[in-house]
Write a protein that binds this ligand. Structure first.
Ligand code: BGC
Length: 698
């Protein structure tokens, strides 16, 4: 292995020596918004990039954030990373990654800007939908196969944003204050896994600062940790506009500077760097190292040897993968009276209420926006499934203001203006009297109609006006007066099925006690509506589990009640390791729904349980039986607990160290082996269906 790497390096090094300084500089900064310069005389192609991560983004003009508007850049729209994480299925992560890689290659891209793997430190971060989980182990375990899936297609995954990019407010300038050990134990492991174990060929630096340095030019993060400690040899790409200082960037382990403006020659690693080299302020060797690594990446992707995979996009198979992931991502949060699945026979009229019931989400969210080939909404999914003999009516129930029919073309261009401020927006945009009256009329209409239907399904939640790059939410409250509508609907029709689509949890306290059934559907990709309908009507048995804690209110989240969030300058991560369920468990705080929670239409029982060692590896083995009458899948989760945790000692917390998803027919029993990570010395092992539904304690 070391020899192959050495050979790769040497070959790239020899080619670097043949280049002029101008040619080299052309390779280490953007010459277009998503492309570098190649060197034609030596057959070195430019590098072409695209966002990520829910599909391959539409094409923009080379120097303007104006979509070209072709009809050939519609793509497969994949479930967001939070949805993917909710499947707890590594195979699906590989398959989703593979679709993304194939489509990127099919569209002629070299680097796809994803996956996003920042930890969900707070439920209010606007980009949470692009991220996997609050837990580093789950994030890493899903990111590894995702990256490998992408790279099967001779396309580089670009894992982003390293590191501690956990809020959008003032994302370009804010500085994270964090204990070094916490950084290493909580926020960096998933990056290590994705880059070193997963072998991602590239990584994107974060906008924010860490220990006084911008992450994209950080000596500590990039040179000390990534390069020296981890021995990473892939390409480090800046976030767009994340580089500020020529000398700092040149001397850091950053390889490629990208930005959002069209003054390409003025990028730090363009003419300013040339001047710095000529004046002896920066050694040319720094440039050579960067170019060498870029050439290594090109070799890895077979960009110069004519032996490269071609990829494909919008295939039948890709759409099937999108559907499979969506199916397993849906989380059944509550089903108290066994109301779900709903009968699809013997009914005549179904009412779907709520803006998300009939809304497409693919075209929003910021750089993760997708020009989807199509997107099945919940309403269409339900109509498709029930067919022509059932009348499915739709009523909005509330208004969500402006609908983004098309992508905002100039959003990114202005993202650096005024210091690139992200905003901290309210969850409930100021309700004018006029708007209030409209909401009331819509609510009344829905309530009046609800009485006359066999089934009422409410589909609400958030949309990309809240789950959006550049913005954080002010709280977890549902926007557009949904609480009131849901409450009144449940009073009128206690059998209303509540469905939420969102990338982050929302407050449900006002009505959760009244709702028997609650389904969480994320942003489920182009087939999200199909999958949701299949779950509601029992064609698919739900098997998603929460990859994050659903707090009752954001005030129960440690980032808010112990640490800081949303500050403009310094953000102190005072909560340390106590993030997500670690905090809730250690301080005995009840979440609304705990980390790992997810119900099924069948039931599972656990038996036995022992720790077995095989060579270097340790496994937990146990028997799991499907005790119900439907086939289903269980996510067997293994937590490691310090002794004393069960006695309620404060400050101690369990950690997820292993999981396996098992698929069982009715009555079937399987022996499950869960590989465990890390040290088990003196710890107890808790095995269960969620972090709080423990079935075996060793
Ligand atoms: C985002 C990145 C994205 C890049 C290119 C930035 O604003 O933070 O995630 O990949 O733009 O669109």
């Amino acid at each position: 292995m070391a020899d192959i790497k050495q050979e790769l390096w040497q070959k790239a090094r020899n080619l670097t020596k043949k280049l002029t300084l101008d040619e080299k500089l052309g390779m280490i900064h953007g010459a277009e918004l998503f492309r570098t310069k190649g060197v034609e005389r030596l057959n070195i192609p430019p590098l072409t990039m695209s966002d990520g991560p829910m599909g391959v983004r539409q094409d923009f003009q080379p120097d303007k954030w104006i979509a070209i508007g072709n009809t050939d850049d519609y793509v497969t729209y994949l479930p967001c990373n939070s949805a993917l994480a909710a499947t707890w299925n590594r195979k699906l992560a590989e398959e989703e990654g593979s679709v993304l890689g194939a489509e990127a290659r099919g569209r002629g891209k070299d680097i796809i800007l994803g996956p996003g793997i920042n930890l969900k430190r707070s439920p209010l971060c606007g980009r949470n939908f692009e991220y996997f989980s609050e837990d580093p182990f789950l994030t890493g375990e899903m990111a590894i196969p995702f990256v490998q899936g992408v790279q099967r297609w001779d396309v580089a995954a670009c894992v982003k944003h390293m590191a501690v990019n956990n809020q959008e407010t003032e994302r370009l300038w804010m500085e994270v204050e964090i204990d070094d050990q916490v950084l290493r134990d909580l926020y960096l492991p998933a990056f290590h896994e994705a880059l070193i174990k997963g072998g991602a060929y590239s990584v994107m630096g974060a906008y924010n600062k860490l220990y006084g340095e911008h992450c994209c030019e950080s000596q500590y993060l990039l040179n000390e940790i990534l390069d020296k400690e981890w021995g990473y040899d892939g390409v480090v790409v800046s976030d767009w506009g994340g580089v500020h200082d020529t000398q700092a960037a040149a001397n850091s382990r950053l390889d490629l500077e990208m930005s959002v403006t069209s003054d390409f020659d003025e990028y730090c690693l363009a003419l300013p760097l040339k001047r710095a080299i000529e004046e002896g302020r920066v050694s040319q060797e720094r440039v050579d190292e960067k170019v060498t690594r870029i050439l290594m990446l090109m070799t890895r992707l077979h960009m110069m040897d004519g032996d490269r995979k071609t990829g494909a996009y919008n295939t039948e198979e890709h759409r099937r993968t999108a559907l499979n992931v969506a199916r397993e991502s849906v989380v059944l949060l509550k089903n108290d009276k066994g109301r779900l699945p709903l009968p699809s026979r013997g009914i005549k009229k179904v009412l779907v209420v709520g803006d998300n019931g009939n809304r497409v989400h693919s075209n929003g969210g910021g750089s993760a926006e997708i020009k989807a080939l199509y997107e099945i909404t919940p309403l269409m999914g339900i109509r498709k499934l029930l067919g022509g003999n059932v009348k499915v009516d739709y009523v909005k129930g509330y208004d969500s203001g402006s609908k983004k029919e098309d992508s905002e073309v100039n959003w990114q261009e202005s993202s650096l203006q005024d210091g690139g401020k992200g905003t901290n927006m309210g969850s409930c945009p100021g309700q004018s009297r006029e708007l209030e009256m409209m909401q009331e009329a819509l609510r009344r209409e829905a309530l009046e109609m609800a009485a006359g239907y066999d089934q009422v399904i409410f589909v609400g939640g958030l949309n990309h006006d809240q789950d959006c790059e550049g913005n954080d939410r002010a709280d977890m409250r549902l926007p557009y007066g949904q609480d009131r509508l849901i409450k009144e609907l449940l009073l009128a029709r206690p059998d209303t099925v509540v469905v939420m689509e969102a990338g982050s949890p929302v407050e449900m306290e006002e009505w959760i006690g009244m709702a028997d059934s609650l389904v969480w559907a994320w942003y489920g990709g182009m087939e999200g509506g199909t999958a949701l309908a299949e779950v509601l009507y029992g064609q698919v048995n739900p098997s998603g589990h929460l990859p994050e804690s659903f707090y009752k209110t954001h005030k129960d989240c440690s980032a808010h009640c112990v640490g800081e969030f949303g500050n403009k300058d310094f953000v102190k991560y005072r909560e340390g390791m106590y993030v997500g369920y670690r905090y809730l468990d250690a301080y005995h705080i009840e979440p609304r729904f705990c980390f790992g929670h997810g119900l099924s239409y069948t039931t599972f029982s656990y038996h036995g349980g022992r720790v077995v060692t095989e060579g270097e590896d340790t496994f937990l083995s146990c028997l799991v039986t499907n005790t119900g009458s439907r086939k289903g899948a269980e996510v067997v989760q293994v937590y490691v607990r310090p002794v004393g945790e069960e006695e309620g000692a404060s400050g101690l917390f369990q950690e997820l160290r292993g999981f396996e998803k098992v698929f069982l027919k009715p009555g079937e029993t399987q022996m499950v082996f869960v590989k465990l990570q890390g040290d088990l010395e003196g710890a107890r092992i808790a095995v269960g269906s969620s972090s709080r539904d423990i079935r075996i304690l060793l």
